[in-house]
Structures are given as C-alpha cells and as structure tokens.
Design a protein around this ligand. Sequence first.
Ligand code: DC
Length: 205
Amino acid sequence: MVVAIDGPAGAGKSTVARATAKALGFKYLDSGAMYRAVALALLEQGGAASDRARELDIVIGERVLCSGRDVTEAIRAPEVSEGASRVATNEKVRAALADKQRALLADGDWVAEGRDIGTVVAPEAPVKVYLVADPAQRARRRAVELGTDAETVLRDQALRDAQDEGREHSPLKPAEDAVEVDTTHLTVEQVVERIAGLVRAAQAR
Ligand code: DC
C-alpha cells in the first residue's frame, strides 16, 4: 500500500515520513529529492528542464544518487531549494518525475512524501495525510536544520509557499479525502502514531 504524506515545507513531512516508514517497515520515497536533483543538474549544466527530468537516473535511498554521483548534501543548498521550486512549475518535468515515482510505488509498501502524492502521483493511495503547521514554527524547524536564522527562513518559506500553491500544474493542496494533521504542538512520535492508526484502519477495511 501507499501512504501519501503531502504538505508545505517545514510541516515535518520528511521527519514524519521517514519515521513512519521505519515504524511500519515500509519503504520511504522523498519525491522532493527528485525535483532537487533536476534543479541541481540544471544549475550545474543547463539544458532543457524536461529533457533533464526524463534522462537523469535518480536513485533515492539512504543517499541520493544522480546518474551515479552522490548529491545528498548538494541538493539541500538554498539555491537548489529555490531552483527546485521553480522547476516544479514545469508541467513536463512534473510528468516525467511523477512517472518515475509511480514506477517505484507500484512495487511493495511505501510511505511517499511530497506535494502531489495524494492528488496526482497516487490518488488511489488508501491513506493520505496532509501535514500542516504554524508558519513561524515551520520556519524555526527549518532554521535549526539549516543552521540559519528563522527570519530569513520565514521570508524564503513564504515565497516558496506562494510558488508551490500558486503554480498552474499540480499546485500544493490537500486531496479531498486526505486527513489533515496539524503538527505544531505534536511530537514526531504522536504524528507517527496517528498515521500508523490510519494505516491499521485501512488494512482492516
Ligand atoms: O520537499 P522539498 O523541499 O525537498 O521539495 C523541493 C521542491 O520541490 C519544493 O519547492 C516543492 C517541489 N515538490 C513538488 O512540487 N512536488 C513534489 N511531489 C515534491 C516536491
């Protein structure tokens, strides 16, 4: 089964999705890493975004490999975050990466994290979660991760949210049947337990 976890940056998706996958013994797919890998390739080598998205061999596991090169750290740079948000507006890029994601999800049990997993990539997923959190709290979490100040993060975050929610193709929004979980005042363990409960209920159906 696929557990889809969508929501804006900093809502706790990565931490929660990783921990949920571990708790359930499911595989974990970080779809954002694919957008980041394409953005990095474009920044470094240029070319047409849609060609890059189709051609790149992106392997996402403990490390992120892009056509054989380890880009795990490089794809987290601020300019790559900005580039990923931009490249994510390209319809052909989205189609190419969604195909890669569907091919992976077709086999086995997965927790897949992104912006459009529940709406576009795996609309048939039996468990869909949309994580949200207070913007200031999201910025604080991101700032700790990045080692920068929360105010700068808050500004960049507002820009990226507007770009992600306002784009024409697959804008960031919850699937109609997604369960919204506000993580502002919850621990990771509490969120994981909530999702594990949804998975148990889906398995019992
Ligand atoms: O989750 P992240 O910050 O690593 O995502 C990087 C960018 O990619 C972000 O701007 C949103 C975009 N993205 C997307 O449009 N669809 C996804 N399924 C995953 C990420």
